[in-house]
Design a protein around this ligand. Structure first.
Ligand code: PBG
Length: 327
């Protein structure tokens, strides 16, 4: 009897790193990455975020330095989050022309605005005293339509300060349409919208609420963010946002929702971004601190997996470091 050899040997193409590199189907480029940055009003030194080792709340000066480092590493974009000195029930600091994000936007637009895409998160939770993403009704629920007026005003303030892309993240119905109309009426037809279209009510946002100081003071966000059980609902949200004028759409969180990323990328033609959120970052950093994971390999593997699932852009707190590793 003659020996029977396997007729197919996929291992042939895995034998050397040169072969593997040549046949790789997916790549992550520094340009695919977007760095979220926190800028806090009224502090003199950057403040470390305890639950996110390596991440800080920036001062007005230190955020400029972080932006230049991101540019040098080849990162594609910056997503700004502001933490104001004082909060009130309508989040007045969010659309103040001298508010923390508007100031940072003016600085960054003039420093690096031609080298990197300058974006800003558009929400009220960091700005409201109660920590919810909008204004409240007398009974304490988030008032969708009254919140839309606030978002429209915030969008125009950010645009006047030089933002190139706004990222509405509050999950109010009709927010993309309200923002698009307001931007157009104010003459900002070139400002693009990256809609946090499928944003789940996720426990993975825990550390972010330390970083952005936006934890709800009562209740939770399950009444406006999506139920993790649903994917058809995500497609509906994306469809609505695109119909209302979203230029790009986002799925958030990332790793636990890559099936949603894949489905959205298959169904729609707009670029799909995924947000590798604070809890995903914290898990890897915590395990790496214990010596339980190979930190850099895990970071690059998670980024590659987002791309393989169909994400065109990835928001990640590792953007600058990962961009350097990828070069
Ligand atoms: C809301 C917002 C949140 C995040 C981004 N935008 C928090 C929330 O919805 O509770 C979370 C990002 C992260 O966890 O890294 N402005």
């Amino acid at each position: 009897m003659t020996a029977r050899f396997p007729t197919a040997r996929p291992r042939r193409l895995r034998r050397t790193s040169a072969l593997r590199r040549m046949v790789a189907e997916t790549r992550v480029r520094p340009e695919d990455l977007i760095l979220p940055v926190f800028v806090k009003e009224g502090i003199d030194e950057p403040r470390p975020v305890p639950s996110m080792p390596g991440v800080v709340q920036h001062t007005r000066e230190s955020v400029r330095k972080a932006a230049e480092e991101a540019v040098d590493a080849g990162v594609g974009g910056l997503m700004l989050f502001g933490i104001p000195e004082s909060k009130d029930d309508r989040g007045s600091a969010a659309d103040d022309p001298e508010g923390v994000v508007q100031r940072a936007l003016r600085d960054l637009s003039s420093d690096v605005g031609t080298d990197i895409v300058v974006m800003a998160d558009l929400c009220l939770d960091e700005y409201t005293s109660h920590g919810h993403c909008g204004v409240l009704t007398p009974s304490g629920e988030v008032d969708n339509d009254a919140t839309l007026e606030r978002y429209a005003s915030v969008a125009v303030a950010q645009a006047a300060a030089g933002v190139q892309v706004v990222g509405p993240s509050g999950m109010m119905d009709g927010q993309v349409g309200a923002i698009r109309t307001a931007l157009d009426q104010a003459g900002h037809t070139d400002v693009a919208i990256l809609a946090y279209a499928a944003k789940y009510a996720s426990a993975f946002y825990g550390p972010f609420r330390d970083a952005a100081e936006g934890a709800p003071q009562f209740g939770d966000r399950a009444g406006y963010q999506q139920d993790p059980a649903n994917i058809r609902e995500a497609l509906r949200e994306v469809e609505l946002d695109i119909a209302e004028g979203a230029d790009m759409v986002m799925v958030k969180p990332g790793l636990a929702y890559l099936d949603v990323v894949a489905e959205v990328a298959r169904e729609f033609t707009a670029p799909v971004a995924a947000y590798q959120v604070s809890g995903e970052y914290a898990m890897v950093e915590a395990a790496a601190l214990q010596g339980w994971l190979e930190r850099e390999r895990v970071i690059l593997e998670t980024l590659l997996s987002h791309r393989r699932a169909g994400a065109s852009q990835i928001l990640t707190y590792w953007a600058t470091e990962a961009a350097r590793l990828l070069r």
